[in-house]
Design a protein around this ligand. Sequence first.
Ligand SMILES: NC(=O)c1ccc[n+]([C@@H]2O[C@H](COP(=O)([O-])OP(=O)(O)OC[C@H]3O[C@@H](n4cnc5c(N)ncnc54)[C@H](O)[C@@H]3O)[C@@H](O)[C@H]2O)c1
Length: 366
Amino acid sequence: MSHVAGIAVVGAGVIGRTHVDTLMRMPSLRLAAIVDPTPEAHALAQTRGVPALPDVEALAGSGLAQAAIVATPNETHLPIAAFLLERGLPVLLEKPVAESLSSALQLADVARRTGVPLLIGHHRRHNPIIRAAHRAIRDGAIGDLVMATVTSSLAKPDSYFAAAWRRTAGAGGPLLINLVHEIDLLRHFFGEILSVQATTSHAHRGFEVEDTAAVCATFAGGGLATLCISDAAVGPWAWDLSAGENLGRFPAHPVSAHLYAGSRGGLSLPDLTLWSSPGLPDWTVELVSDRVPMGKGDPYERQLAHFAELIRDGGTPLVDVRDATANLIVLDAIGRAARTGARVDVDLSPLHEATATGRSEARMHE
Ligand SMILES: NC(=O)c1ccc[n+]([C@@H]2O[C@H](COP(=O)([O-])OP(=O)(O)OC[C@H]3O[C@@H](n4cnc5c(N)ncnc54)[C@H](O)[C@@H]3O)[C@@H](O)[C@H]2O)c1
C-alpha cells in the first residue's frame, strides 16, 4: 500500500486512544495530529510527537491531515463529520453514526452531496471471526435462521459514567453505545429486521438513560432473535468480553455471546463452533461440532487499512452511512417499542427517500 499523507484523530478518549495506538503500529499510515481540547489529549499528542489542536476548525486551517478519524461523543458526530466532509477530508466516524435518526439522515445527505469517503466504525465487520461467520452463513452452513440469542452483559465501572454524555438520554446509554453493534451484526448476517418489541430499565443505575434492555426482533426472512443487554450486569457473555478484539482493554473469556440456530445447523460466536446434524435434523440424535476456519488480523488495523484504501482509491465503504443509518432506524424502533409497549415496524423508507431526493428532512421520526 502506498504512503498515506496523514490521519488526524479527533477525540482522544477511550476509543480515540485505540485508534492512535493502531495508527502508530501501521507503517503505511501516519498519525498527523490529535484534535481534542483536553489537557490529557495535549499530553498524549506530546508523547506521540504530533501537534495537538483544539478543534476541527484549527485542523482544517492547518493542512496537517489528509483524512480524519472522528471518535468524539455521539451527539457531536453530525457537526464534526459534516464539517470535515464539506472540506474534502475523508472520515472514519465512530459508531453509532449519530445520536439520532434525524442527524444520521442529515449526515447521509452531506456524504451523498460531497462524495467524500465516509466509513462508519462498525469495526467488528472487519474482524476475521465475523468474516468467517458471514461466509459460513451465506454458504448455507446453518440453513435459514430460525432463532438467535444475543447477550451482552457489560458491568461498566462507575468511573465510566464520569463523562456525562454516556448517561444522558439521546446521547449515551447501552442501546446507542453497545446494542448498535449487535444490531449491525444481526442485519449483516440475516438481513433486515421487520419489527421489534422491547423493554428497557434504568432500575439498577438510576440514570436518565436505560442500563438494561431486552429486545425481540423479527427478520424479513422469518427468523426471530432475542437480545439482552446491560451495562450493569456481571457476566462474561458479551462479544467485548469474549472475542479478544481489544486485549489491552478487555479480557477474553472462553464463552459464547451469540447463538444462532437455523433449519440445518447452529453457530455460536465468537468461538465459531458449528453444530450440525449427521442426517436429517432429529433432536434425539447427537449433533457433531466443528470449528469454522477463520483468517487472522486485528479488526482495528483492518478497518484502518480499508480506510486508507478509500482515501487513496475511493470506492464503497464496507460500512457506509446508509447501512449505519439503517442500524439507527432499528434502534429508533426499539426506543419507541420500549416507550409504548407496542410492537414497532422497522420503517426503512426514510433511507430510501433520503437517497432518492437528497432531502432527508422529509421523514424523520424524532
Ligand atoms: N468501535 C467501538 O468499539 C467503540 C468503543 C468505544 C466508543 N466508541 C464510540 O466512540 C465515540 C467516543 O467514545 P469514547 O468512549 O471514546 O468517548 P470519550 O468520552 O472517552 O472520549 C471522547 C473524547 O472526545 C473529545 N471531544 C469532545 N468533543 C470534542 C470536539 N468537539 N472536538 C474534539 N474533541 C472532542 C473529549 O474531550 C474526549 O476526549 C462514541 O461515539 C462511542 O460510541 C466506539
